[in-house]
Write a protein that binds this ligand. Structure first.
Ligand SMILES: *[C@@H]1O[C@H](CO)[C@@H](O)[C@H](O)[C@H]1NC(C)=O
Ligand SMILES: *[C@@H]1O[C@H](CO)[C@@H](O)[C@H](O)[C@H]1NC(C)=O
Ligand SMILES: *[C@@H]1O[C@H](CO)[C@@H](O)[C@H](O)[C@H]1NC(C)=O
Ligand SMILES: *[C@@H]1O[C@H](CO)[C@@H](O)[C@H](O)[C@H]1NC(C)=O
Ligand SMILES: *[C@@H]1O[C@H](CO)[C@@H](O)[C@H](O)[C@H]1NC(C)=O
Ligand SMILES: *[C@@H]1O[C@H](CO)[C@@H](O)[C@H](O)[C@H]1NC(C)=O
Ligand SMILES: *[C@@H]1O[C@H](CO)[C@@H](O)[C@H](O)[C@H]1NC(C)=O
Ligand SMILES: *[C@@H]1O[C@H](CO)[C@@H](O)[C@H](O)[C@H]1NC(C)=O
Ligand SMILES: *[C@@H]1O[C@H](CO)[C@@H](O)[C@H](O)[C@H]1NC(C)=O
Length: 464
């Protein structure tokens, strides 16, 4: 388990960097009056940056969402045991403790910034108002998400380049964003990052429309893939200034949607009926193991993954002049919105989304549960900031997400040890028995929802 870095461990790190740069300037200036003035500015800057930095990390739990979020977050780190759970926990830790380094930060540039650019952005960057710009070289000892990722990445080859994916293509890629950040201070990770990209782009099977398969031994599309691989393709592209990889992240989302939402191709199973999905995605189109239902968690994976791709495209320097950028932003925004709107109009059970969003039958698979509900609520909180014109009026989307968050504060949905319940069994999405001993991914979805709400409150769009 990784604990939040204390503010004292961060202060010397930033003080040292700030003092060094500015001290050098003072010698160049050589005038005692200027020196005194600059010294005062230096002290002000160091104090300001240190204060904001420690606020972002030590006050991760500043707001009360209506339940014990620190207990939920503790289990979110200890329950994961599989590659995509580790990747999801890494992203949740990043958004929780270091929102300034996640793609949802207001201003973002990774790996390409010169020192001069960093100083420029330091002055303007804001998440909660006046955060310093992210330093591109991040040491795991100061960043809980990176310490966690370093512990849980197992470097291998091919589909297993970052973890044992047990036959999955996308799942190990969910650790990719953490691995890219780690590679900045530890070259061990750089080759593994490239291997993972190579397998996704050239090694994995493709569906007939060109979508990268979620499985190694067949061409099968899972909504889950969208949270695992496209955010990594986009992030790696941003970090290496490779616009075509960022574009691939976007086009893969579109190819998945073409099959899982529309399913209109005559070569896809005849059971598909596009007019009945209402913007929501089917879970898996195989063979060999299709699940044509509108799985709540699957819709969450797709919408949340596309939100990360969208944020990366909006902010990555490499994408700014791309001819496809405007279409990508408009299309991704629309694709996310149709899922969220589809979820919003779905029949709830006990104020929670049903495990299969439209299932009100007696088969037991449509029980209200916390995993898909929390992840989709997190998307609504993110999107009212990322795409305010489309997610309008914001109050409609915020109220909907607030309803899910408020529900978790009632009826013992969060038990005294931080277990959020009832969840769907993440390995048995068809099961009718709710999972009550803690879902590794569900716990992290609640953390993602909390971090998104907290940032939305800080931006003045949501209410505490
Ligand atoms: C919340 O959970 C944390 C960690 O389990 C615990 O230390 C703390 O006392 C709990 N807070 C409340 C108000 O119950
Ligand atoms: C990967 O994990 C599976 C269990 O999911 C196990 O059967 C397999 O041996 C593991 N492979 C490696 C290379 O460790
Ligand atoms: C780099 O990462 C590897 C794998 O986690 C680790 O064994 C090694 O100690 C790290 N090197 C440094 C310099 O931190
Ligand atoms: C639809 O089928 C045609 C012919 O097999 C194929 O070329 C195309 O890629 C398919 N599209 C989708 C979305 O499956
Ligand atoms: C971008 O990445 C792709 C896929 O790995 C690679 O083929 C291409 O050469 C890269 N482009 C640049 C400019 O590095
Ligand atoms: C598809 O949905 C439409 C509208 O709900 C319905 O009329 C039609 O019977 C459905 N077709 C199949 C094959 O289920
Ligand atoms: C984008 O275009 C502008 C204006 O032509 C130019 O100044 C800038 O350097 C370009 N950025 C990239 C990343 O190519
Ligand atoms: C994306 O947007 C453009 C312009 O709005 C549209 O022409 C195109 O068909 C869209 N792409 C997809 C895959 O829907
Ligand atoms: C927490 O409590 C639940 C019952 O509410 C139990 O099923 C679960 O095993 C407990 N988890 C831990 C980590 O103690």
């Amino acid at each position: 388990m990784v604990s939040s870095p204390s503010s004292t461990s961060l202060i010397p790190f930033f003080k040292f960097n700030g003092s060094q740069t500015r001290t050098r300037r003072l010698f160049v200036a050589g005038l005692s009056a200027v020196l005194a003035g600059l010294l005062a500015v230096m002290i002000f800057e160091v104090v300001k940056h240190t204060r904001h930095r420690s606020r972002a990390t030590s006050n991760a739990f500043a707001l009360d969402p209506g339940f014990n979020i620190s207990a939920v977050a503790a289990l979110a780190q200890t329950l994961p045991a599989r590659s995509w759970e580790f990747g999801t926990a890494t992203q949740a830790l990043l958004e929780l403790y270091n929102p300034e380094y996640s793609v949802f930060a207001r201003s973002w540039e990774f790996g390409t910034a010169t020192q001069a650019l960093l100083e420029l952005y330091n002055a303007e960057y804001s998440v909660f108002g006046s955060q310093p710009f992210p330093v591109p070289t991040l040491h795991p000892s100061a960043i809980p998400a990176l310490a966690y990722a370093q512990t849980h990445i197992t470097i291998g080859t091919g589909s297993n380049s970052l973890a044992n994916g047990s036959g999955a293509v996308g799942d190990p890629a969910s650790l990719g964003v953490g691995a890219v950040m780690l590679s900045k201070t530890n070259s061990t990770f750089a080759a593994a990052c490239q291997d993972e990209i190579d397998f996704l782009v050239s090694g994995a099977p493709r569906y007939i429309n060109g979508a990268i398969s979620q499985r190694v031994n067949s061409a099968e599309l899972w909504a889950d893939f969208i949270y695992m691989a496209p955010p990594y393709l986009a992030y790696f592209g941003a970090a290496t200034n490779n616009a075509s990889l960022i574009e691939t992240a976007y086009t893969q989302c579109g190819l998945y949607r073409e099959v899982l939402l529309l399913g209109s191709n005559s070569s896809t199973p005849s059971a598909l009926n596009s007019s009945t999905t209402d913007g929501r995605w089917r879970h898996i189109i195989g063979p060999p193991s299709p699940d044509l239902g509108l799985w709540s968690t699957g819709n969450g994976w797709a919408a949340a993954g596309m939100a990360r791709v969208l944020a990366t495209i909006m902010k990555a320097p490499a994408a700014q002049n791309a001819t496809w950028k405007a279409d990508a932003v408009a299309n991704l925004t629309g694709w996310i919105k149709e899922i969220v709107d589809g979820a919003r109009s779905s029949p709830v059970d006990g104020n929670l989304l049903r495990n299969y969003l439209d299932d009100t039958t007696a088969d037991g698979m449509g029980f209200g549960e916390i995993s898909g509900s929390s992840l989709l609520a997190s998307v609504a909180y993110r999107m009212v900031l990322l795409a305010p014109n489309a997610f309008s009026p914001a109050s409609t989307y915020v109220a909907w997400a607030d309803g899910i968050r408020a529900e978790l504060g009632k009826d013992d949905h969060v038990t005294s040890n931080g277990t959020v319940t009832p969840a769907v069994n993440p390995l048995g999405w068809w099961e009718s028995t709710p999972w009550t001993s803690g879902s590794p991914e569900g716990q992290n979805f609640v953390v993602l929802m909390y971090a998104a709400w907290r940032d939305c409150v800080s931006a003045g769009v949501c209410q505490a």
